[in-house]
Design a protein around this ligand. Structure first.
Ligand code: C2E
Ligand code: CA
Ligand code: CA
Length: 259
């Protein structure tokens, strides 16, 4: 067995017990209105502390998907994210929560029930929940996926296309999916000074024609913020406003801004 395979196996075994061993937690990154910089939502980002080490989600989500662990982990994420969001409402009404959902979760026949459980157990208003899915929903079963997304929206829950522009079918995703929000991938924001500009402008234009909200990801500088705001992007997310923070910092962060 190669070193990479051995490492994956170690992560897989660890992940299998991560929930029971209380090794998973959520970090939260604010999403702000581009005009006022008022916080309008937090994106929940999964964190795993394994053997005293923080393993980045880009490393373990793929393994969780590959070994059939993502449904259980994703159910935990949904439930914890909704509970967290409810706990902030006394500080600021209408604060939304954005939750990453992998395509494999969406394909699972239990997904809608799991989603309902998370909503009901927390008592959150469905319109404050936004599910972030990537364009790869179109890789298989397009009709089934579209139907599921419509059912989710029928519950009042919002749906966003994440990492927009990086997939193979971005424009058809925009056309076929009557999503609520398009999150423009950070690779375009980082190239805003050159080739990214034309892409971002085109995405904003198409999104506004279709009536979608736009979020720019990975905003790291004031110049990017100003430019994106001038271009008419509705919301912004990135290190310039805040890095993802631990759950117990969220309340302090909201209080600081609403003071
Ligand atoms: P994503 O959904 O695109 O999440 C945004 C990622 O960009 C986060 O990385 C965040 O920390 C990072 N980021 C935010 N602002 C900036 C910035 O200004 N500059 C740069 N360079 N990066 C920024 P993170 O937390 O490491 O998550 C990586 C990916 O892992 C996420 O990308 C998402 O695809 C996946 N992920 C995280 N949590 C979950 C989860 O609960 N479920 C699923 N299925 N996937 C998750
Ligand atoms: Ca996301
Ligand atoms: Ca993204």
């Amino acid at each position: 067995m190669g070193a990479r395979q051995q490492f994956e196996l170690k992560l897989k075994n660890g992940l299998n017990e991560a929930i029971d061993n209380n090794q998973l937690r959520l970090a939260f990154q604010p999403i702000v209105s581009s005009k006022s910089t008022e916080i309008v939502a937090f994106e929940a980002l999964l964190r795993w502390n394994f053997d005293g080490e923080n393993i980045p989600p880009d490393e373990f989500i793929g393994i969780a998907e590959q070994y059939g662990l993502i449904n259980r982990i994703g159910a935990w994420v949904l439930k914890e994210s909704c509970l967290a969001a409810v706990s902030w409402l006394d500080l600021k009404e209408n604060m939304a929560v954005c939750i990453n959902v992998s395509v494999i979760q969406l394909q699972d026949s239990d997904f809608l029930g799991i989603l309902d459980d998370a909503i009901h157990a927390s008592g959150i208003q469905p319109s404050l929940v936004s599910l972030e899915i990537t364009e790869s929903v179109f890789a298989s079963d397009t009709e089934l996926m579209l139907e599921k997304i419509r059912v989710i929206q029928g519950k009042g829950i919002k749906v966003s296309i994440d990492d927009f522009g990086t997939g193979y079918s971005s424009l058809s995703a925009m056309q076929d999916l009557a999503v609520d929000t398009v999150k423009i991938d950070r690779s375009f924001i980082h190239k805003l000074e050159d080739s990214g500009y034309a892409i971002v402008t085109a995405v904003i234009h198409a999104a506004s024609q279709l009536g979608f909200d736009t979020v720019a990801e990975g905003v790291e500088t004031e110049a990017q913020w100003k430019k994106l705001s001038d271009l008419g992007v509705h919301k912004l997310q990135g290190y310039f406003f805040s890095k993802p923070m631990e759950a117990d910092e969220v309340r302090r962060f909201i209080k600081m801004q609403t003071k």
